[in-house]
Design a protein around this ligand. Structure first.
Ligand SMILES: Nc1ncnc2c1ncn2[C@@H]1O[C@H](COP(=O)(O)OP(=O)(O)OP(=O)(O)O)[C@@H](O)[C@H]1O
Ligand SMILES: [Mg+2]
Length: 301
């Protein structure tokens, strides 16, 4: 599908079709983003489907996904464009002594010698794309300022080449884990979506979508236990990603219930800090039933 969606319901159904179950506000904001052409800033804890939303939107809209993974120290050369120095040098050497600098210069600062990085790819693309700027909070404020300009004008000025303007408008998704506060200026230009841990019904649907073979009883118990674990004061509460992994692990092990023993054996799939493991074992593990055939008085493994 390449036309823009006509309603929120259409976006919701479209995302489901490509394997992403949006809640009401996710569907609404996604719809508005495609219609208003505004970037979406998605914030929330790790593993709640921020990155996946951009991927799903690209799939649903039938667009290429252009991804910029942010990190500390990311600069324009790695995000926007860079001259291909090596190629330029070879070109100059190949020219020999006969040619004047004027001629060579015109040649080596042409688009043939330009290395396009994701932001430029998204702007220069002839077909509209989905641009994912992942983990924007990892960059510094200078980068954010550069991005602001880009997101308001959708154009890049290259001194040697001139201006490159977007002919098509990308859908832009920025994600952040909140490791630093983003500037008000950036927030003002974006639609905002806060993705949190899902409701139990929603999470059950996501788990069942990813592991349809897991029995409904085990899936329900899994979601219930995950929610009990999340309610504890942990360093790193389990996310949707952990629920999905746990479901897969339980399926592989052929577990038909989550009892004390199964929990003790597989807990490391959902809890990944030494101190958290102790808390979870004590507070959640012991509340689960004993294995069906365990003699009374036997300790959990
Ligand atoms: N609504 C959803 N429908 C289907 N799958 C989902 C949904 N939300 C999350 N998932 C699944 O959860 C996993 C984690 O999602 P994702 O990688 O997008 O998290 P994230 O929020 O980007 O995390 P991080 O901050 O660590 O990058 C993925 O496997 C994704 O498929
Ligand atoms: Mg992510």
């Amino acid at each position: 599908m390449s036309a823009l969606p006509a309603s929120v319901d259409e976006v919701s159904a479209g995302l489901r079709e490509v394997g992403y179950l949006p809640d009401a506000s996710t569907a609404l904001v996604s719809y508005l983003a495609t219609k208003l052409g505004k970037p979406v800033l998605v914030e929330g804890p790790a593993g709640v489907g921020k990155t996946e939303l951009a991927k799903a939107l690209a799939k649903y809209l039938g667009r290429e996904l252009v991804r910029l993974q942010c990190y500390e120290g990311l600069d324009e050369a790695k995000s926007l464009y860079e001259w291909n120095y090596r190629k330029q040098l070879l070109r100059i050497q190949a020219e020999g002594r006969g040619t004047g600098w004027e001629d060579v210069q015109e040649d080596i600062f042409s688009s043939d010698f330009l290395l396009q990085r994701p932001l430029m790819t998204a702007i220069a693309s002839l077909d509209p794309v989905v641009l994912l700027i992942d983990e924007i909070d990892k960059t510094d404020q200078e980068f954010e300022a550069m991005l602001l300009e880009l997101l308001s004008d959708f154009q890049i000025s290259i001194p040697e080449l001139g201006r490159i303007e977007a002919t098509t408008h990308p859908v832009v998704v920025l994600t952040s884990n909140n490791s630093r506060e983003l500037t008000e200026a950036l927030k003002r230009r974006c639609l905002y979506l806060w993705l949190d841990y899902p409701s139990m019904d929603h999470e059950l649907a996501i788990v069942r979508l990813h592991s349809p073979e897991l029995s409904e009883t085990v899936a329900r118990k899994l979601v219930d236990v995950i929610n009990q674990v999340r309610a504890l004061d942990l360093k790193k509460p389990p996310s949707i990603a952990e629920s999905i992994d746990w479901a897969r692990a339980l399926l592989l092990l052929g577990a038909d219930d989550i009892d004390q023993q199964v929990f003790a054996e597989t807990m490391s799939v959902i809890v990944k800090h030494r101190t958290d493991i102790d808390i979870v074992a004590e507070r959640v593990g012991v509340k689960l039933g004993r294995p069906a055939d365990a003699p009374i008085g036997s300790a959990p493994a």
